[in-house]
Design a protein around this ligand. Structure first.
Ligand code: NAD
Length: 421
């Protein structure tokens, strides 16, 4: 519980610090410190055995001054109001860093999806869609996949919402299957964005990317595309950490570099990276402490880099692929060691940017090719990187603080223009 409260408090601290650095009076903090609206719903679901079970669902809309609220919804036993509120706040700043016209939202249902049949999952999703239907909409609040939710779940959500409206509303959610109005390029967008951040960070810090060595924690959606794009730029993936079927963690290492495409094929076929030819198994502790790694990408879950492993990290830069992978204490330790941390709200914003493209295409009813999506993505992410990096230099603050300054400056300008303050 206290950990969740800390998450909310730490976002509020970032907002407060940014408002102070920008010379904004306390009114701006008052407008940003809590979500504008939160909805808590009870969702009755007919279970396969005929009984009724009720699940608690949430949706939080943080700040809609920049546009409709945007953010995923997750299915997890730990989902709670404070977590959903904090994550909706992160989304506001992530969208503002990349300059897309959205506010932040997040949702979730407290459940264990592994214990639900496909039919129960569908009925839960349709129930959630009905329960929050008056709260969301393609002009108000656009959900998307998050932890344990996927394209199929978005398809059910969109179908239920469309039935309520009486016509098809593909733009009510993003992350849909392509045939239902999903966007080309969405699948690889987050990893591509992480790789763009790697490329730009290397340029900024005079690291020779073509001869660099990279280690990635978590070769899932984000980590695998990060690895593929970074290897296209010439970087060598030397280590990758994963989660074993029994829940434990492991890592593999090859000083000469791992063939990314072959490794991903091997992982897809065997369900593990262990035993990949030419790689040796190392422990998670050894993974974080590798001394011949230039770039470290945590792309698994939150709090991966903490006060236990941060003192051993020797990489030159950390690019956050996951959301919240570095604890504040770890960040303090890394900063003392001179290791630059490129924050999640910049480096993994490729996902929400491609979601924005999906929504734009749905509203236009006109669809772009993968190349068009990727080139627009590169343009937006490159500009966002430059904005954050310049702010970091000008304001002499950490990269994370710089990202908040860029975001809150944009939001504050709109608040002023619209007369909110
Ligand atoms: P995913 O489930 O596809 O992949 C996560 C991978 O991490 C899996 O391969 C899992 O085995 C591995 N993993 C989990 N715990 C681990 C541990 N302790 N050590 C090593 N490996 C571990 O998820 P994803 O979509 O790639 O998301 C990863 C992170 O990126 C999450 O924090 C997510 O919120 C964030 N993110 C994802 C997107 C997106 O578009 N997918 C966008 C923005 C942020």
């Amino acid at each position: 519980m206290s950990q969740k409260l800390n998450l909310l408090e730490s976002v509020q601290n970032e907002i407060k610090m940014a408002c102070e650095k920008l010379g904004l009076d306390n009114s701006y903090y008052e407008l940003l410190k809590e979500p504008e609206k939160v909805l808590v719903v009870q969702i009755p679901v007919r279970m396969d055995d005929g009984s009724i079970k009720t699940f608690t669902g949430y949706r939080s809309q943080h700040c809609t001054i920049m546009g409709p609220a945007k953010g995923g919804f997750r299915y997890h036993p730990d989902v709670n109001l404070d977590e959903v509120k904090s994550l909706s706040m992160w989304m506001t700043f992530k969208c503002a860093v990349v300059g897309i016209p959205y506010g932040g939202a997040k949702g979730g249902v407290c459940c264990n999806p592994k214990e639900l049949s496909k039919g129960e999952l569908e009925r839960l999703t349709r129930g959630y869609a009905r329960a929050i239907s008056s709260f969301v909409g393609d002009e108000k609040d656009i959900p998307a996949p998050d932890v344990n939710t996927n394209a199929q779940i978005m398809a059910w959500f969109m179908d239920e919402y469309s039935k309520i409206k009486g016509y098809n509303v593909p733009g009510v959610v993003t992350g849909k299957p392509i045939s239902l109005g999903g966007s080309h390029g969405r699948e690889q967008a987050t990893g591509f964005g992480v790789a763009i951040t790697v490329k730009k960070a290397c340029e900024a810090l005079n690291i020779d990317l073509a001869n660099s060595r990279i280690a990635i924690q978590g070769l899932g959606n984000v980590g695998s595309y990060t690895a593929l794009y970074c290897s296209k730029y010439g970087a060598k993936l030397v280590a990758a950490a994963g989660r074993a079927k029994d829940g434990g963690t492991y890592a593999i290492y090859n000083k000469q570099g791992l063939d990314v495409e072959k490794l991903l094929e091997y992982k897809a076929k065997n369900g593990t990276m262990l035993g990949f030819p030419g790689a040796k198994e190392i422990s998670a502790d050894e993974f974080w402490a590798l001394d011949d790694v230039d770039i470290l990408v945590p792309a698994a879950l939150e709090n991966a880099i903490n006060e236990n492993n941060a003192p051993n990290i020797k990489a030159k830069i950390i690019i956050e692929g996951a959301n919240g992978p570095t604890t504040p204490e770890a960040e303090r330790i890394l900063s003392e060691k001179g290791i630059a941390v490129f924050p999640d709200i910049l480096s993994n914003a490729g996902g929400v940017t491609a979601s924005y493209f999906e929504w734009v295409q749905n509203l236009m009813n006109y669809y772009w090719t993968e190349d068009e999506v990727i080139s627009k993505l590169e343009h937006i992410l490159t500009r966002a990187f430059d904005d954050v990096y310049n702010m970091h230099k000008e304001a002499n603050v950490s990269l994370r603080q710089a990202a908040y300054l860029v975001a809150i400056k944009r939001i504050a300008e709109n608040m002023k223009l619209r007369g909110w303050v």
